[in-house]
Design a protein around this ligand. Structure first.
Ligand SMILES: Cc1cc2nc3c(=O)[nH]c(=O)nc-3n(C[C@H](O)[C@H](O)[C@H](O)COP(=O)(O)OP(=O)(O)OC[C@H]3O[C@@H](n4cnc5c(N)ncnc54)[C@H](O)[C@@H]3O)c2cc1C
Ligand code: FES
Length: 294
């Protein structure tokens, strides 16, 4: 049964201006953009900004917040060039000013005390999970991040030795220096990377954990839909809870147009929810992955 959209309370967000501080290629089609956004309310992992990429482009484009630096009022975005809007962004020079809306959406929720976080990212879906990993570890939560990428990794890698539960392999150096374990997966064989789907890597990790420790894991995911659907199946298989940050084509970005709705289950019922303001983060078990095509 599908019920009409509820009018949910809107999280605080504002129409603001972002001034480009830095915009650099990370190799391939990946770019890192730092914007200074005066008066941006504090941002949390999972939230995004809705960014105008050109005055003549009808719709703004949504990008997850990779990091927030309240002291300098800067935010970082990791973006992949896929079309006209992102292609134009690559030409932005320091000083360029662009209107934006943010921070938009409901962020990830930290796991209850005593639980571990297992993060499964695909491609640029790593942006909100990298932010989440650093946030959680600062709160004393143990975090392991798995990243599947078919292009080069966006950050420097460092060799990590095998532990009781993780095979030896390359890890993201900036996370390793903060005590966050990570491993990389690709469908193409590369030295130090797991060859296969990132969800196979995460499954092998969970399988190897002692059952009482595995039961204390909470899953978080962001990336391509088939990958997140596979993470939802992993959660079912191991009896775990988790959250997924969904993507959808967006128009208004503030809950007004219903252009971004997805089907969310609540028991026997289904409800349409707006990815922009009711999400983008939803409980893994509530997303109707079949309706999403997976
Ligand atoms: C909540 C949210 C967070 C996002 N975070 C990031 C991020 O951190 N980094 C990043 O690189 N991208 C992110 N995206 C996707 C990003 O918004 C799109 O890649 C961007 O809007 C494409 O704009 P464009 O004009 O370059 O491409 P377009 O010319 O508009 O489209 C080119 C291609 O990109 C696909 N596309 C466009 N918009 C979306 C979308 N919203 N979701 C999925 N596919 C899309 C189209 O189907 C098409 O194949 C996010 C999307 C959402 C909804
Ligand atoms: S984009 Fe308009 S309601 Fe989500």
């Amino acid at each position: 049964m599908i019920e009409p959209l509820p009018v949910a309370g809107r999280p605080p967000m504002q129409h603001l201006q972002g001034r480009v501080v830095e915009n650099r290629s990370l190799g391939g089609d990946l770019w890192l953009l730092r914007l200074q956004v005066p008066d941006l309310p504090p941002a949390q992992a999972g939230q995004f900004v809705h960014l105008e990429c050109g005055a003549d482009l009808t719709l703004p484009r949504p990008f997850s917040i990779l990091d927030s630096h309240p002291e300098s009022q800067d935010i970082d975005l990791l973006y992949r060039v896929v079309g006209e809007g992102t292609r134009r962004m690559t030409g932005w020079q320091p000083g360029w000013v662009t209107p934006l809306l943010g921070p938009v959406g409901r962020p990830f929720t930290p796991p209850p005390a005593g639980m571990e976080a297992v993060l499964v990212a695909g491609g640029v879906g790593v942006a909100p999970l990298d932010f989440l990993a650093r946030t959680l570890v600062a709160q004393g939560v143990s975090v392991t991040l798995f990243l599947g990428m078919e292009s080069e990794a966006p950050w420097p890698l460092r060799q990590a030795s095998a532990t009781e539960t993780l095979e030896a392999g390359l890890a993201l150096a900036h996370l390793q220096s903060r005590g966050i374990a990570s491993r990389l997966a690709s469908l193409t064989a590369r030295p130090g990377w797991f060859t296969g789907y990132v969800t196979e890597l995460a499954a092998a990790y969970l399988q190897r954990l002692p059952p009482d420790r595995r039961a204390r894991c909470r899953l978080y995911t962001c990336g391509p839909l088939p990958m997140m659907a596979a993470v939802a199946r992993l959660a079912e298989r191991f009896g775990l809870q988790g959250e997924a940050a969904l993507e959808a084509r967006m128009a208004c970005g503030f809950g007004g147009c219903a252009g971004c709705v997805v089907l969310i289950r609540a028991g026997e019922k289904g409800y349409y929810r707006r990815v922009c303001v009711d999400g983008p983060v939803f409980p893994l078990g509530d997303v109707d992955w079949q309706q999403q095509g997976h």
